[in-house]
Design a protein around this ligand. Structure first.
Ligand code: KE4
Length: 428
């Protein structure tokens, strides 16, 4: 039995499913999850000492790579002065100022400890600000596990949602309307019928939780136009895309000013820090100023703030995103070229935006949740495990995006493409 297998068996004694977050259990791809013991730059090592090029990067946070010296130094220096105070600290002022400077749509920002907290709080704030209850989200988008967001499309397109998880009251799910991503007509129909009841629309402005799916220009414009017209709050959930797809996030690529933005992952540099922010008029409704309650013992934790500051300061360096985007694009282009040389049913395709990419077991990249669901999942699972054997760690699900860090170099990309070519030959 390998060390990974022994640890997974032991983990299942006292941790449900042996993991502290379901996607880590390899349920989607099968096999034994790898227990990592060390990360450095673009690489991780598992409990059996095997080295991998890491394209998950803790699901996005590690845009600088593992154990970046500047981040480690900032966190250890900060820890010498204490871990947490439950009182304001200077670092929180510094990172709030920095985030509001980097992202023009942020008039004010509130720090929290996870993306789930950020989106849950933003939705409550939007409901408190508008006095309305209904929420629009899109099928295939994931915004964390707050009750209002664990909802799947209702029976009829325009009707209320149904819980997608046990334990979510039907009454809560009923206020969430789930629409098809990139479907402008559906959006127009809902606003025409229920616009005055919609508190907020929350969207992954570039989807990454149904694998990478890009929005159409029309869809981007319609979301901003319709929320504006009907007085609904437009929430850009940039927990994954924030400072991952570009220096001004997806909203910068879209030229859109959302009313609220949720951030996470990269902004914490690998420690538990997330945030939500936006228009001052809306943010001023938050306790202790206003009637919308929101709180957190470890919100703005000094160590997490130190890791976030070090990460944000590094990715602001001139040329950072140009280099990261070019390297990620080289990976996507290479995977597509390798993937297209096979008969249609064996083809893979890929695309990238900034430092995130999608690889699909389908001849073309998907533009909707339905198209993603049509990709060949069993082939993806075979591809995933074969690449794992080659020392390449992709996201263990056909429905997750991948991430390149500043630490990945051209040799890593070339090796990955060489391995993909060899794997596809074996699979053919
Ligand atoms: P967390 O609560 O996991 O920090 O963030 C929730 C969240 C919110 N919004 C978006 C767009 C997200 O992608 C996420 C979390 N993403 C998943 C992976 N795609 C986290 C991995 C996991 O669940 O273990």
């Amino acid at each position: 039995m390998s060390r990974n297998e022994a640890l997974f068996a032991a983990a299942q004694q006292h941790i449900p499913g042996g993991v502290n977050s379901p996607v880590r259990a390899f349920g989607s791809v099968g096999g034994t999850p790898r227990f990592f013991t060390r990360g450095e730059g673009a690489y991780v090592w598992d409990a059996d000492g095997k080295k991998y090029i890491d394209y998950v990067g803790s699901w996005g946070p590690l845009i600088l790579g593992h154990a970046h010296p500047a981040v480690i130094e900032a966190v250890t220096r900060t820890a010498q002065n204490g871990m947490s105070f439950g009182a304001p600290t200077e670092g929180e002022v510094e990172i709030a100022d920095l985030l509001c400077d980097m992202l023009p749509s942020l008039g004010q920002v509130r720090l929290v400890s996870s993306g789930t907290e950020a989106t849950m709080s933003a939705i409550r704030l939007a409901r408190g600000y508008t006095g309305r209850d209904k929420l629009i989200k899109f099928e295939g988008c994931y915004h964390g596990h707050a009750d209002s967001l664990l909802v799947k499309a209702g029976s009829g397109l325009l009707t209320f949602g149904n819980p997608s998880s046990a334990g979510v009251p039907a009454a809560v799910a009923a206020d969430t309307i789930v629409l098809p991503y990139n479907d402008v007509a559906a959006l127009e129909a809902v606003f025409a019928e229920q616009g005055s009841q919609i508190a907020a629309l929350i969207v992954e402005p570039i989807a990454g939780n149904m694998n990478l799916v890009q929005p159409s220009k029309e869809f981007v414009a319609a979301m901003r136009k319709l929320t504006q017209e009907h007085g609904a709050v437009l929430i850009y959930d940039e927990v994954m895309t924030g400072f991952r797809v570009g220096l001004q996030c997806a909203q910068g690529l879209h030229g859109i000013t959302p009313d609220l933005t949720c951030l996470g992952k990269v902004v914490g540099g690998g420690l538990p820090l997330a945030a939500f922010g936006g228009k001052r008029e809306i943010m001023s409704k938050l306790a202790p100023l206003g009637p919308v309650y929101q709180a957190g013992t470890l919100s703005g934790n000094p160590l997490a703030v130190a890791a976030g500051l070090a990460t944000l300061q590094a990715l602001r360096e001139p040329g950072f995103f140009a280099a990261l985007s070019a390297r990620t694009q080289a990976l996507a282009t290479g995977l597509t070229q390798i993937g297209q040389q096979w008969p249609t049913e064996l083809q893979i395709s890929a695309q990238s935006v900034g430092g995130m990419f999608g690889v699909y077991c389908s001849p073309t990249v998907p533009h909707s949740y339905q198209e993603v669901m049509n990709s060949n999942r069993s082939r993806f699972n075979a591809f995933f495990h074969a690449m794992l054997n080659e020392g390449v760690y992709l996201a263990p699900s056909a429905f997750e995006a991948g991430f390149v860090s500043a630490a990945h170099d051209d040799d890593d990309i070339q090796y990955t493409l060489f391995a993909a070519n060899r794997v596809l030959q074996q699979m053919a």
